[in-house]
Write a protein that binds this ligand. Structure first.
Ligand code: AR6
Length: 173
């Protein structure tokens, strides 16, 4: 899948049209990638987020990017891992799908994702990577709109996990 790349880096610096934020349902900021995005975008981002009425788990909302290089931020609330029997897989899939759909509706052709839910929310990384890779690659198979979808991993270990998931996906399809 040539339009999908996995790399190590800081998503805040991505030069894509949009970056995705692994937010929480309040959309009022937090730690991890959420904190980094809000710090880099500036206070205007939080001001816009305050008017969005939150975001249900698995759904997505869009704002401007303010001081970021990216024109837009797509905020999605990932599921908190509670053992796997609380619809966590489907909710994580919805995060990726709804973010891509919202991006497309807004004319976004290049987009960068972080590894949603695998930090503070404790979703097992291998399992999350399989879901993320399958959802993104299945989407790109039937869609010619996106020029580039990046998975930006914060550390080498996470990158390896996503590369393995992509290898496994490619071998199956
Ligand atoms: N660029 C790319 N990835 C990053 C960055 C960065 N700058 N910073 C961290 N990561 P997390 P979650 C990675 O905890 O599990 C927040 O408080 C990180 O290493 O940011 O979805 C929200 O407000 C990990 O691999 O998000 C929510 O309350 C991945 O991003 C809650 O955390 C996700 O880790 C959401 O938890």
């Amino acid at each position: 899948m040539q339009r999908f790349s996995i790399l190590k880096g800081d998503i805040v610096k991505a030069k894509t049209d949009a970056i995705v934020n692994a937010a929480n349902t309040s959309l009022l900021g937090g730690g991890g990638v959420d904190g980094a995005i809000h710090r880099a975008a500036g206070a205007e981002l939080l001001a816009e987020c305050k008017n969005l009425g939150g975001c249900k788990t698995g759904e997505a909302k869009i704002t401007k990017g303010y001081k970021l290089k990216a024109k837009y931020v797509i905020h999605t609330a990932g599921p908190i891992w509670r053992g796997g029997k609380w619809n966590e897989d489907q909710l994580l899939k919805s995060c990726y799908e709804n973010s891509l759909l919202l991006a497309k509706e807004n004319g976004v052709r290049t987009i960068a994702f972080p590894s949603i839910s695998t930090g503070v929310y404790c979703f097992p990384a291998e399992r999350a990577a399989k879901i993320a890779v399958k959802t993104i690659c299945d989407f790109l198979k039937t869609d010619t709109f996106f020029q580039q979808v990046l998975m930006v991993c914060f550390d080498e270990g996470t990158k390896e996990i996503y590369l393995n998931a992509l290898k496994e996906y490619s071998e199956k399809s």
